[in-house]
Write a protein that binds this ligand. Structure first.
Ligand code: FAD
Length: 173
């Protein structure tokens, strides 16, 4: 049995480890387009607010640990581009090399999460307006928004709209 799981954060990594416990012999391929798997999205505001100080503490596990402990074939920086449900194949791109190749599957799990809606509000395209979905988002936001502003935000109110307002105010000076 070969299972491909697309998306390697909460749902994908949980499915992969649970599957391994139930099917020792299965080949389990976990595909994630980002560089990290299984990180704590919920901790991102704490990290930006300076409450969690070490980036590593957001990582629930790493690709290496999943490979060693659960014998998973983990491919990060790899994006699934299309699915052929008749042939039961998935086409994927190695984002580092741009190589596109195909893998077959017996079972396919889609754990691709969601993308935030960006309403057509003028100014949303500015680089001082942030989305916070991934470790990379928190890295880029952290670089653009001063630590003092982030701390200020955290201590008063961690709601997203306030966070955006403070960052815009601080970075547009
Ligand atoms: C800032 C923040 C705070 C949160 N706080 C809480 C909280 O306090 N409590 C709570 O219950 N929930 C919270 N959540 C929500 C929770 O984190 C999400 O519900 C959860 O992460 C969803 O997990 P998921 O695996 O379904 O999707 P995601 O975490 O979105 O993971 C999907 C993954 O699939 C990958 N992917 C997508 N398409 C492809 C493709 N074609 N090829 C390869 N990979 C692909 C993406 O790169 C992504 O990493 C928070 C979320 C955020 C962003």
């Amino acid at each position: 049995m070969k299972v491909i799981i697309v998306g390697g954060v909460a749902a994908g990594a949980s499915a992969a480890t649970r599957l391994r416990r139930q099917m020792e012999e299965a080949t389990i391929l976990l595909v994630e387009r980002g560089p990290e798997v299984s990180f704590a999205n919920c901790g991102l505001p704490y990290y930006l607010g300076g409450v969690i100080t070490e980036r590593e503490n957001l990582l629930v596990t790493t690709p290496e640990r999943l490979r060693e402990r659960f014998q998973l074939d983990v491919r990060t920086r790899t994006q699934v581009e299309s699915i052929d449900r008749v042939q039961k194949t998935v086409s994927m791109r190695n984002l580092a090399t741009q190589e596109v190749y195909s893998e077959s599957y017996d079972r396919l799990i889609l754990a691709t999460g969601a993308a935030p809606i960006r309403p057509p509000i003028p100014g949303l395209e500015l680089n001082s307006v942030f989305a916070l979905r991934s470790m990379q988002d928190s890295d880029s936001t952290g670089k653009l928004c001063p630590a003092r502003a982030r701390r200020w935000w955290w201590e008063r109110d961690s709601s997203a709209w306030k966070w955006s307002r403070i960052c815009v105010a601080k970075t547009s000076r």
